[in-house]
Design a protein around this ligand. Sequence first.
Ligand SMILES: O=c1[nH]cnc2c1ncn2[C@H]1C[C@H](O)[C@@H](COP(=O)(O)OP(=O)(O)O)O1
Length: 232
Amino acid sequence: MANREPDVSEWGVLTATEGYGRPDSQEDYEQISYEDAMGKTWGKNGEKPYRHAAHAMIYAPDGKKLWDMYENKAVILMMMRFDGYIGFPGGIMDDGETVEFGLNRELEEEIGLDPTRHSFTKEDHVLSYVTHNKRLLLHFYCKKVTLEECLEIEKRTIDADEYGWEVLGPIRVPMFTLNDNERGLPIFLSNKFIGNAKEELLYCIEKENIMTKEEIQVALENCEKFKARYMR
Ligand SMILES: O=c1[nH]cnc2c1ncn2[C@H]1C[C@H](O)[C@@H](COP(=O)(O)OP(=O)(O)O)O1
């Protein structure tokens, strides 16, 4: 039987939000300042208002050598989402919440982050985007923690409320590349990422001096070569 588009009434509790997770393209995302995102009402009177969503990258410098050969530059935490995409923890703000309050709430629900120990503030803000197609304002945050803290945060994920539900598991980004130039980070980058999560990841890898712009470019080129050969 051919796939058919479900009627809006068939989405149940997802009716209001499922459209945000539909496939899109990078052209849909316009980078804007935090002040622009927060400082005005987006959307015209009478139209569905723009919603704010925030996601966060937690990482620690690593340096561990795999098989005594490949240095893992950092432990970077991402997650497998319920929809099959890879993304960062976070979510849509509830009405009346500030973005940072909502982000901390989402992180507690999704990965069990203890807000008394690791709370995100405006100081951790990195990027904001608007996507007019989805009427979403997206905010991205990044926090560096110690390796010990990072491993503890990762372990807590499986006790979080959303584990096994919206979050199907924590994922570490392989921050090394094997001698074939494709296994490791390049193949990881060929996965499907939600929204602009891949661009956010690469932006922070460079900004936090985990890899240089040139090293990231090489990984992306090797990813494209891999996709051209094996993914049709
Ligand atoms: O990691 C991300 N980076 C950028 N945009 C993202 C990321 N994860 C999700 N999104 C976009 C696309 C989503 O549909 C919306 C809402 O986020 P989501 O985490 O799915 O929201 P809820 O947990 O359902 O509140 O943001």
